[in-house]
Design a binder for this molecule. Sequence first.
Ligand code: G
Ligand code: G
Ligand code: MN
Ligand code: NA
Length: 254
Amino acid sequence: LTQRHLIELELQANDFASELKLDYQPIIELKSGRVVGYEALARWDSARFGRISPEAFIPAAERTAVIGRMTRILFAQALEALAIMPKHLRLSFNLSARDICDHETSMALLAMITRSGVDPRRIEFEITETALLSDFDTADQVISMLRAAGISIALDDFGTGFSSLSHIHRLAFDKLKIDKGFVMNFDRDARCMSITRSVANLCQNLGIASVAEGVESEEIADGLKAIGVRLAQGYYFSRPLPLELAIDYAARCE
Ligand code: G
Ligand code: G
Ligand code: MN
Ligand code: NA
């Protein structure tokens, strides 16, 4: 059995709910240096296999159709975290392609928000363009419904995979996340710099926010600020942190 199969079996055989948690990576407004919120990133510490990367277990959860349940378990934790965080901080939560093409999951997430009493305007869902390819019309409907409820939608990993400007034209996004592949080579590679600048300009012209991911140095943070990128996250500012530490980090940036 390959590792891929072992993870699938583990997801189906054992109750992973108590082994899942979220870490929180601060998102910084470059102009002010303040934390505006976090991206929630899933972590699975399996009793059998130890720490498994979301890059392995999220696709496995999609293949075994446990993704809907996993998303709900994680989102419940995200809502609890939002209730504890200072009220001006927002939270970005990654949805998988399966989630965004599934009315049942999206309705369940909306119901959870209502029950929690958390202001939906503090919540952002990140989706990738791959999610749009399988069933664009359903994704469109789900995104419209979520936005109507006050939730914002970010297009994740922009510029990789199956990027298409028609996606930005046809769907209303509140934010584009510039993929770390461009950001990390920003100061060494003229083409990465040009692409990053173009995406920042595109966002300004569309009146939406840009976020650079994978910022690993002060030079890159300064360069991004200079070309008008609004928000940034990356190891230079902070790694993804457990909730208490993430809240402390934001307080120190005030
Ligand atoms: O945190 P890194 O920490 O290794 O995350 C790896 C990948 O897993 C990223 O592409 C991220 O979008 C995805 N990911 C992390 N957490 C979640 C989650 O809660 N749900 C989904 N669907 N994807 C996630
Ligand atoms: O959802 P998304 O695919 O954007 O997931 C973000 C991924 O990037 C996560 O795996 C997260 O742990 C990782 N990450 C966050 N900051 C940095 C960074 O500064 N450098 C690198 N290499 N990875 C980062
Ligand atoms: Mn993301
Ligand atoms: Na990304």
